[in-house]
Ligand binder design. Structure first.
Ligand SMILES: [Zn+2]
Ligand SMILES: [Zn+2]
Length: 180
């Protein structure tokens, strides 16, 4: 077993912060945005995404792991490879909502005060978290194939009509770390 370095350390499991509660429902997320199943019933957990612009919530959703994996599977091979390369190159191995996980910008430095917050959760606890700034969301979007963008667009249109398409398409991490 190698010693845990402070920079690469996973955060403690903490109660899901209010910032990741559903803004629209004014309470924690209870069901998957895509399949509608109860999030508490997924032992592998689920992922909450919220995008902010100038302090306002633009879009928010929770995806159970089967739905998240399903959406990733629908991505083209090219997109998957490009995204994996992008994340490998840029991922800073930090958690939390203070700095972008993919570049040196802090939350305050995010362009247009626009950023996404991501929380990997299990039950009512958050096991990992990340902030992605506007520029990195754009950059990630830029490496996706047209086909993959269409898949994501479909999800967005079905669930959030009227929301612009230029937001973080896929997670910086595909799945939560194993519990143990
Ligand atoms: Zn689901
Ligand atoms: Zn960034």
């Amino acid at each position: 077993m190698s010693e845990t370095e402070s920079s690469g350390q996973l955060p403690e499991r903490i109660p899901i912060p209010g910032e990741l509660h559903s803004f629209y429902h004014d309470r924690p997320f209870v069901s998957c945005t895509r399949c509608g199943e109860s999030l508490a019933d997924f032992p592998d957990g689920y992922r909450i995404s919220k995008n902010f612009k100038k302090g306002e919530v633009i879009i928010e959703y929770a995806l159970c792991m089967p739905c998240l994996t399903g959406m990733l599977k629908e991505a083209s091979e090219e997109s998957k490879r490009n995204l994996a390369e992008f994340q490998e190159k840029h991922f800073r191995h930090i958690s939390g909502f203070d700095e972008c996980a993919l570049c040196v910008r802090t939350r305050e430095e995010a362009r247009y005060e626009e950023f996404g917050l991501v929380g990997v959760c299990q039950g009512d606890e958050m096991v990992d978290s990340a902030l992605i700034c506007h520029d990195c969301m754009e950059a990630m979007n830029g490496v996706l194939s047209e086909e993959t963008k269409r898949t994501w667009d479909r999800f967005r249109q079905e669930n959030f009509p009227g929301v612009p398409s230029d937001f973080e398409p896929f997670p910086p991490r595909p799945a939560p770390k194993a519990v143990g």
